[in-house]
Design a protein. Structure first.
Length: 54
């Protein structure tokens, strides 16, 4: 599964609708943290932990 962090658009792949809804809900709640980790990754730095969906 490949999802654009900025838009939460599914780019490639599929999964059951319920699972995708949970993934997108979590990503929306943690979008800023995901973007921060993406920036860290592009600079070969350690990623920060992101809490799971509760």
């Amino acid at each position: 599964m490949l999802i654009n962090i900025r838009t939460l658009e599914v780019i490639q792949g599929d999964m059951p609708r319920r699972a995708l809804a949970l993934v997108l809900e979590w990503a929306q709640e943690h979008r800023a943290e995901l973007m921060e980790n993406w920036e860290l990754c592009t600079h070969n730095q350690s990623l920060k932990k992101i809490h799971p969906l509760t």
